[in-house]
Ligand binder design. Structure first.
Ligand SMILES: [Zn+2]
Length: 148
């Protein structure tokens, strides 16, 4: 991994959103094939393909990270008010009734814990537009070596 990542301008909210899904899938026991800012889906500007074992925390990580990145206070309200968010709908489908709060908290903790990784993946995503799960894991490994 080259050091020229540092010259890239700040990533977009979409890149942060997709990077957060990818990173939290990777660290949370889930997997995916690739993450892209060029999805072949109408009306979408980013997507994670081939997700396996999507946990509620990883599903929520995208909108949560984007809200944090954009400085949205009270991000849950913000997310719900935004409406039309597939992630939020999916989240409420997969969590057991009454456990929503716990998962929102857990997802928030994971996003904050892995914030540097999320931003690094988002920057690489802006540059390359598509990253495989392997490439995302390589970035995480590289970062953990630097901070060790
Ligand atoms: Zn999403």
């Amino acid at each position: 991994m080259s050091s020229d990542i540092s010259v890239i301008e700040e990533p977009s909210g979409i890149a942060v959103h997709e990077a957060a899904h990818a990173v939290i899938h990777a660290v949370g026991g889930g997997n995916f094939r690739y993450v892209t800012l060029r999805p072949r889906l109408a009306g979408r500007s980013g997507h994670v393909y081939g997700v396996v074992n999507a946990g509620p925390a990883a599903i929520l990580a995208g909108p949560l990270a984007k809200a944090i990145w954009e400085g949205a206070e009270g991000f849950l309200t913000h997310m719900i008010e935004q409406g039309g968010c597939d992630d939020i709908e999916l989240f409420f489908e997969v969590v057991a009734l009454g456990e929503e709060g716990e998962w929102i908290e857990r997802s928030g903790e994971l996003v904050i814990k892995h914030w540097d990784e999320i931003l690094m993946v988002a920057r690489m995503l802006e540059r390359r537009r598509t990253l495989t799960a392997l490439q995302v894991r390589a970035i995480l490994t590289e970062l953990s070596k630097e901070t060790a």
